[in-house]
Write a protein that binds this ligand. Structure first.
Ligand code: GAL
Length: 710
């Protein structure tokens, strides 16, 4: 693996000098120096200029820009340009154009119009990439390869004939013989039996429900096709420029691609981030995506490849602009979670095209905009931090500093696809539940590593497994490593209904995993949110019968009563004893599998699942040297916070004692980051020397960032 050996924090943006005249380019070089920019991403959508006609390459213009950038001290993250194929590919090879599930071909005139499974597309990519790499391999500005751009962002599956054939080949390789597929997909149901792989189609545009296992394999396949596109380019690059590290930009927790699998082909993880500033969850998303990126890179620092200075132009619900301070706040949150540089989309706001109204480092009005001041402030801070790091202080070098987490959340893309492919009985939004559990950790001041089933989890104090309706291969080994080392493991429902291929664990859900949870699930009560008022209007004159029928589950919470140690921590949360924790989405009747399982909370007689009254809602089972806590419903904010508090106590998890409203406090090596996401000024426990303002401060204003040496 090649390493990015640059001792400074990176600062810069996507840059398209070819869209501007020479004079603007010269001005840009000056402005970049003024702002402290030291890296730009070139050529991301430049295929049409790099290969204007099939097989005729033109790299001179690009090398010209690279020369001048290098002379100015600016490094290049060079894109392979394959994210937006030129018109000749669409016209000469129309089979490279993707098709949607309704059978419509998606044409040329936007971007990303390619079929990931197309061998012609891949061959043309490899041709361009190899020729480009040969041309620039010794160029001193070349520091990083940026393969394609946001794989799958627009097209993550295609239903064209080439793809369907590739799917059949993929299935034949996976199952070897068709009866193995028939067994896994349970095709005796609804007469879906296949005699040959060539008979299998795509699981969409069907009269009614698809076969869940068919859909799951389709998602695995579609993810694999995009990963193969990456591999195709990576292979050419590694052959020609083995020392230049390779990245491609991820998009946070992006469901279509198994990023664990994709990350294995990369030297550096990078991320693009566009949270909506009006969303109250945006700060936690910034932190969560940061934790995810660091985790995908095995704990190594990652690069923030794209963010905005102010606003975007593409959000249908409205394009709110970041408030003053938010921009720096989110950047420093990224440094706290392990970033080794901050880049933007884009350097100069476009003069035309679909993204003309998207913010940039240099706005349409140039230096007159307040944005320019913020951009320069950012640059100065990163420069100062780089200088601190290079003064031979390992503890302060943010380009290499690790981040320590004691809590791990298991994340498995296959389990996300399995939940989305399965049909009912409740709508399980696993991503939302994962985010909720992340939120609970974030609010409690805990940094989180995301981990993959199969990983050794022995170094974590708390491990959380969220709504894994389908158990993954490797999960058993991971849970064993955690519990044998003494970890506290939280597992939440729905769990272990299916195996990794969506075959039900018969004889009580959890199947073999009940040795961890200590329970088996005998019955399920999905909560529905459909309004019963549609039919029954509660008016005795018109609804003589319907108005008196009580249908539990309709728009009512699942209520839980805590007892034992869980109820003992209620006062810490300023709660009266009768306060109830709520659940949602799904509740289960569980059967205790051994005598050492303790019940911490039960379902209450009222609420959506009143018929489960008295049945355990939260249990804990001793396992190895640790314990496994099982929640038989999706807990609300309060329930999760209480459970984490209790579990944290058992785990000996260091819980910060100063957590004022709105403040994210994060440590990374020799730094402490104070990030005030709230609207109130907070007083710090003691005056500190702030590296951002260069002054001693004892308060922190709304949306202010304070960074201090630990
Ligand atoms: C990203 C993309 C950029 C730009 C940006 C606008 O998804 O990689 O090229 O389109 O969005 O927000």
């Amino acid at each position: 693996m090649a390493e990015l050996q640059i001792p400074e924090l990176l600062y810069g943006a996507d840059y398209n000098p070819e869209q501007w005249d020479e004079q603007t380019f010269e001005e840009d070089l000056k402005l970049m120096q003024e702002a402290g920019v030291n890296m730009v991403s070139l050529g991301i959508f430049s295929w049409a200029k790099l290969e204007p006609e099939e097989g005729r390459y033109d790299f001179d213009w690009l090398v010209g820009y690279m020369d001048r950038l290098h002379e100015t001290g600016i490094m290049v993250d060079l894109a392979t340009g394959t994210a937006s194929p030129p018109v000749w590919l669409a016209r000469n090879y129309p089979e490279t154009l993707p098709m949607n599930a309704q059978g419509q071909v998606l044409g040329f005139g936007s971007r990303q119009q390619y079929v990931p499974a197309s061998l012609i597309f891949r061959e043309k990519c490899a041709g361009l990439v190899r020729a480009l790499a040969e041309r620039v391999k010794d160029h001193p500005a070349l520091k990083l390869w940026h393969v394609s751009n946001e794989y799958g962002c627009h097209i993550f599956e295609s239903f064209d004939p080439v793809t369907i054939q590739a799917f059949q080949t993929w299935l034949a390789k996976r199952y070897q013989n068709i009866e193995a597929l028939n067994h896994t997909w349970n095709t005796n149901f609804w007469s879906q039996h296949y005699q040959d792989f060539s008979q299998v189609g795509a699981p969409d545009s069907l009269p009614t429900f698809h076969n869940p296992a068919h859909r799951l394999d389709w998602r695995r396949f579609s993810s694999d096709m995009l990963i193969e596109c990456l591999e195709n380019e990576v292979q050419a690059l590694r052959e020609v420029t083995p020392e230049i590290p390779i990245t491609t930009n991820f998009m946070g927790l992006f469901p279509p691609i198994d990023y664990w699998k994709m990350a294995q082909h990369l030297d550096l993880i990078s991320d693009d981030t566009y949270p909506d500033p009006t969303d109250r969850n945006s700060a936690l998303r910034v932190a969560m995506d940061g934790d995810l990126m660091r985790s995908l890179g095995g704990g190594k620092p990652y690069l923030l490849m794209e963010q905005t200075t102010a606003g975007v132009q593409w959000r249908p619900e409205g394009n709110a602009v970041k408030r003053p301070g938010t921009h720096l706040l989110w950047s420093t949150s990224r440094l706290a979670s392990g970033a080794r540089g901050i880049l933007y989309f884009q350097w100069r706001q476009s003069p035309g095209g679909a993204e003309a109204m998207h913010s940039a480092m240099v706005p349409h009005s140039g230096k007159a905009s307040y944005i320019w001041d913020e951009v320069c402030e950012h640059g100065r801070l990163l420069k100062d931090l780089s200088a601190l790091g290079s003064e031979n202080q390992e503890q302060l070098d943010l380009t290499t500093l690790p981040v320590e987490a004691k809590v791990a959340i298991v994340l498995d893309w296959e389990a996300l696809w399995a939940a989305a492919s399965s049909i009912g009985p409740a709508d399980i939004d696993v991503q939302k539940q994962l985010r909720n559990w992340y939120k609970t950790c974030y609010e409690a001041g805990q940094r989180v590593d995301f981990v993959r089933p199969g990983d050794d989890l022995s170094r974590y104090q708390v491990v959380i497994v969220v709504a894994q309706m389908a158990t993954s291969q490797g999960l058993e080994a991971s849970l064993t490593s955690a519990t044998e080392a003494g970890a506290q493991v939280i597992i939440t429902a729905p769990f272990g209904v299916y195996d990794q291929d969506l075959r039900v664990h018969l004889g009580g859900y959890h199947g073999p995993f009940s040795r961890f949870t200590g329970v088996k699930v005998t019955d399920v009560l999905p909560k529905t949110t459909a309004p019963c008022e549609d039919l029954a209007d509660n008016d005795p004159r018109t609804d003589r019968i319907t108005s008196v029928i009580y249908t539990p589950g309709y728009n009512e919470p699942i209520l839980i009563r805590a007892h034992g140690p869980l109820s003992e921590i209620l006062p810490d949360f300023d709660l009266a004893e009768e306060s109830q924790i709520k659940g949602g989405v799904w509740a289960e009747r569980v059967q205790l599998e051994n005598e050492s399982v303790k019940v911490l909370a039960e379902f209450a007689p009222n609420g959506a699942v009143g018929q489960l009254a008295g049945s355990p809602a939260l249990t804990v089972n001793p396992c190895g040297k640790g314990q496994v806590w099982y929640s038989a419903t999706d807990l609300d904010n309060l329930g999760r916070a209480l459970l984490l508090e209790l579990v944290g106590q058992e785990a000996g998890l260091l819980q910060p004692d100063w957590l004022p409203a709105g403040l994210e406090i994060a440590e990374r090596g020799g730094y402490v980051f104070y990030l005030n996401h709230g609207e109130l000024t907070q007083t710090l426990p003691e005056p500190v020397m702030d590296l951002v303002s260069g002054e001693t401060v004892d308060t922190i204003e709304p949306r202010q960032t304070v960074i201090v040496r630990n």
